[in-house]
Design a protein around this ligand. Sequence first.
Ligand code: FAD
Ligand code: PYC
Length: 414
Amino acid sequence: MKRYSAFAIAREALRGHIGWERAWRSPEPKAQYDVVIVGAGGHGLATAYYLGKNFGITNVAVLEKGWLGGGNTGRNTTIIRSNYLQDPSAAIYEKARSLYETLSQELNYNIMFSPRGVLMLAQTEHEVRGYRRTAHANSLQGVKTEFVSPDRVKELCPIISLEGPRYPVLGALWQARAGTARHDAVAWGYARACSDMGMDIIQKCEVTGIRTEGGKVSGVTTTRGDIGCGKLGIVVAGHSGVVAEMAGFRLPIESVALQALVSEPIKPCMDVVVMANTVHGYMSQSDKGEMVIGGGADGFNNYTQRGSFHHVEETVRALVETFPIISRLKMLRQWGGIVDMTGDRSPIISKTPVENCFINCGWGTGGFKAIPGSGWAMAELMAKGASPLADGFEMHRFREGRFVDESVAAGVAH
Ligand code: FAD
Ligand code: PYC
């Protein structure tokens, strides 16, 4: 694959852009692969990429029922941070954040990583104590965060109202190297790199069944025919329960809609990300100038990719009291994604009861930030049978009561 560069842009500009190649191939599925990954979201594609890059395993197919990146990866609000509380979480989220820092160069694809900093506002004494505790835990974990004063919050984000009609801003957990990235570019960049390594990314190919022989996975049934495989990775987020059932096991996962919205574009007014979890809303400004906004998840299980109206109203109300400047902004569009929630709000990266069948799911409302670290861990687990980064995230932890409780750090009420 030809490299993208400033020189290539200049060359193509001069010759009418006739020389750009397709970013990835669209091959017909083969009868057999060493590894099949179900789901071409960020986590599935990153798994395939690190299988090739770190372990030289390239006879890989990634099967996607819709279009690449069309699930939650292309629907999220792109917040990247690693300020979690528990050690296993800090390890995998910080690995992901640090990989994001150089991902554009590594993939030769501009994922527009913007380490603009994330503020998580503390608006009650309880939150102040909680975030101070997180900052202490993070310093022991080697994750750079700090608890900052209201004055510093105002300095970092002048459009915030510190008083608020209901809750004052008492401080914030600040991670300066956290930020955002262009969500679908992350999927596209990994896809292009996988295709370049000879892997097959097959879109419009829904997995409808999982075949086993003697308790071991042997392949999948799809809308484009049967495909055999030595190992299978299920990485389908909101549909994890459905696909696990095809393999004959159940997951402690609930699927609900989480939604987001964007405003009309305005001049630059905010160069950090703010999460206000008490009033409950979060906001950042995109490079186009739109305010990117999100709130809570639906309170009932569903598979819609829309979300309900009352969340839009509650979220906008919360953000208007935090940022009065946006009160007359028009909202442009709204959408939703189906997120996969576990009881402890931590992911599952695990072997399953079916031999050679692995699962990566449960990222719920917060998996975009984890994509590179999750792919790294899942690839290692699939190639070697164990990964230090996946330790603690096994699915049997729920049976044994070994939770990795991140319900506060998840940052989104559910
Ligand atoms: P997906 O991107 O959903 O990919 C799974 C793929 O599997 C889909 O493309 C789907 O079509 C495919 N699939 C399903 N079933 C089958 C089948 N049977 N056969 C073949 N393919 C199948 N996280 C953050 O870190 N920061 C945020 O700011 C943030 N904001 C969010 C805002 C919203 C509105 C939403 C919905 C989510 C947000 N998240 C955020 C969460 C994040 O988007 C997800 O955790 C993450 O994108 C999950 O990636 P994935 O690759 O596992 O899933
Ligand atoms: O995990 O940081 C997060 C997040 C923000 C919005 C949705 N998820």
